[in-house]
Structure formats: structure tokens, C-alpha cells
Design a protein around this ligand. Structure first.
Ligand SMILES: [Zn+2]
Length: 104
């Protein structure tokens, strides 16, 4: 089980987007990378072609999982996550307030 999942709210803790809060678009668990909305955006030039005018588009590039922290649903702070098993189900647990993050 991963500490950070798709649709989690995270805060960037390092790099050019430091301090930015955003939503996880997708996770690449085997690489330890993720895509976060509007974070690490690069401009991509596209050529005019069939049905497309071309131009510059914004595209997110993957960042390292260690560059973000999860924002807890309960205490609304950037927190560290541990795991806890309750009734044979594994939950992520907020180290700050002790709530089970996925139990909502
Ligand atoms: Zn919390």
C-alpha cells in the first residue's frame, strides 16, 4: 500500500513549486513518482497538424514522491503517514492527529 494515492491533496515541499497545494493526478508506484496537478509544469510546443492549430500547451511532468507531503483530511496539515490494520483492513493513519485517513 502506498502512502500517497490518486486524488490525494498534497503539498510540495521542495523544488520550484515548493509550498503549492494540489491534487495527485496519478501515481507510478514502481518508479516512486507521481503527477500532481499544475506542479512541475513544462511548456510543450505542438506543431500545427490535422485539426489542431498548434502552439504551446502546459503539461505536468512527474515528480518524486518524496517531494510532496500528504495533507490530512482531518487536521488539514501536511503530515507523515503510517499504516494501521483495523478489522483486517489496512488504513493510512495520520501521524499528527492519529485519524485513519481512508476511513471517511
Ligand atoms: Zn491529521
Amino acid at each position: 500500500m502506498k502512502k500517497i494515492k490518486k486524488n490525494d491533496e498534497v503539498i510540495v515541499i521542495t523544488g520550484k513549486d515548493k509550498g503549492k497545494k494540489s491534487k495527485v493526478l496519478s501515481v507510478l508506484p514502481e518508479k516512486g513518482k507521481l503527477f500532481v496537478e499544475k506542479v512541475n509544469v513544462v511548456k510543450k510546443h505542438t506543431k500545427p497538424g490535422q485539426g489542431t492549430p498548434g502552439g504551446i500547451i502546459d503539461k505536468e511532468k512527474q515528480i518524486d514522491v518524496s517531494n510532496v507531503m500528504l495533507i490530512c483530511n482531518y487536521c488539514k496539515k501536511p503530515v507523515k503517514v503510517t499504516f494501521e490494520i483495523v478489522n483486517d483492513k489496512k488504513y493510512r493513519k495520520c501521524k499528527s492527529c492519529g485519524e485513519l485517513i481512508d476511513k471517511k
